[in-house]
Design a protein around this ligand. Structure first.
Ligand SMILES: Cc1cc2nc3c(=O)[nH]c(=O)nc-3n(C[C@H](O)[C@H](O)[C@H](O)COP(=O)(O)OP(=O)(O)OC[C@H]3O[C@@H](n4cnc5c(N)ncnc54)[C@H](O)[C@@H]3O)c2cc1C
Length: 382
């Protein structure tokens, strides 16, 4: 059997990120194709109950083994802390593939390990495979989604991969699937970490990455102009949702360029996708088919989006949206405090002041390369 594929898991407010589960599912698919297994590393500091829920979830989505790496110094993310905690485990596991979400965390620590060990690393990946000849194969996007790139690495090369959140969506998981779970407590010295997280803020729907958004209000050309989009923003606020739209709306400047959905934009998997004045062109639909519930409002009963919506409303959005906003605001007024609305995770207090700054190389770097870790190999771009 091939060496296991390793996934580095991320959590926020006591829950695994969707991007982590996507990495686990991607690794599972690859592991099945090369008769390998999936080993998930879960760094942090969690109550026992949360660990049980999270390891169960990781198993359901494809993990064979979960190593929980616990330490008070890992209670909040720090790049130095993750490097110190994870490098020895990765060094021992020597995985052919290390997968992590392409997130702020991943981009803060993984490139440093890649550089230190001279292992190739790819960001913005959308697919990971092994060719028939046994070469690691990575598909990634660049140039704002306009260019798709295929990388094939020399056989035996270890590869680090950051998977683009939202690109594959998260499946239902397999109930009853089990993983071997171990909890380890490494010896870490937080005073040697040069970075620290002061506090983690709950995501603001206004600027949360759409691929992580739970609710999306999305507008198309039917909104009629920037004023129409501004009205949708009010609706999104009333629903604690994020605002998105179609590419043509972004092209016209009614919506920020990083907030359109589709094959050349964001791939989204929200619980609720409310589509207003959107026809449902294939390029748009490809970006939102992973939505749990789709509600579409359109004047044209033949519009393709109405056909795939769970609830279709045939009508003028300019008449419907103000009523919706009013009703939602009324409901928010009568709802007792703490009921309904978005769950706001607690904001942890700031950490105590950091210890002295230790030069990184002195603090962590092992000048010698890990045994068996291959150095940079041939890269073929096609
Ligand atoms: C190479 C390429 C890549 C592309 N990539 C993407 C992509 O990633 N994402 C993307 O979104 N598009 C993409 N497109 C564009 C895509 O083909 C469509 O043109 C676009 O999605 C249509 O946007 P729309 O639904 O907002 O507009 P339209 O197709 O014009 O639809 C407007 C809808 O609003 C309805 N409407 C009008 N007035 C009202 C009203 N008052 N109330 C309710 N409904 C109303 C109409 O009936 C209509 O159905 C791409 C195109 C190309 C060529």
């Amino acid at each position: 059997m091939a060496r296991p594929l390793v996934v580095v898991a991320e959590t926020a407010f006591g829950e695994l990120s969707q991007a982590t589960l996507e990495c686990v599912e991607e690794a599972r698919e690859l592991a099945d194709s090369v008769a390998s297994s999936v080993h998930v590393l879960l760094p942090g500091l969690f109550p026992d109950a949360d660990v049980e829920v999270m390891t169960g979830e990781l198993a359901a989505h494809g993990a064979d083994r979960v190593t929980v790496i616990e330490h008070t110094a890992l209670a909040q993310f720090t790049a130095d802390g993750w490097l110190a905690a994870l490098a020895p485990i990765l060094q021992a596991a020597k995985p052919d593939f290390t997968l992590a979400p392409d997130s702020g965390y991943g981009r803060a620590w993984l490139p440093r390990l890649s550089a230190r060990w001279r292992i190739p690393m790819s960001t913005a990946c959308i697919r990971v495979k092994v060719t028939e000849e046994g070469y690691p194969e990575v598909f990634r996007v660049s140039h704002n989604g306009k260019l798709h790139e295929r990388q094939i690495w020399a056989q035996g090369t270890a590869v680090m991969v950051m998977l683009w959140p939202g690109v594959r969506g998260v499946g239902p998981g397999q109930a009853g699937r089990r993983a071997d779970v171990e909890v380890i407590r490494p010896d870490l010295d937080a005073s040697s970490f040069r970075d620290r997280t002061l506090r983690t803020l709950p995501p603001d729907p206004h600027d949360v990455d759409l691929s992580e958004a739970e609710r999306i209000v999305s507008g198309g050309l039917g909104v009629g102009g920037p004023e129409g989009m501004a009205q949708l923003q009010h609706l999104a606020d009333a629903l604690t949702a994020s605002l998105g739209g179609t590419r043509v709306v972004a092209d016209r400047g009614w919506l920020a360029a990083d907030r359109f959905i589709g094959t050349t934009g964001k791939i989204v998997t929200p619980k609720l996708y409310l589509a207003l004045g959107i026809s449902g062109a294939g390029q748009h639909v490809a970006g939102m088919t992973g939505s749990e519930t789709v509600i579409a409002i359109n004047t044209d009963r033949t519009s393709p989006l109405l056909k795939i919506a769970d609830l279709g409303v045939i009508g003028d959005l300019h008449q419907i949206v103000p009523i919706l906003i009013e009703k939602l605001r009324e409901r928010a007024k009568v709802a007792p405090a703490g009921s309904g609305g978005a769950k706001s995770p607690p904001i942890p207090p700031p950490l105590s002041p950091p210890g002295p700054v230790i030069p990184f190389r002195k603090a962590h770097d092992d000048a010698s390369e890990p045994d068996g870790m291959p150095s940079t190999a041939r890269q073929v771009r096609q």
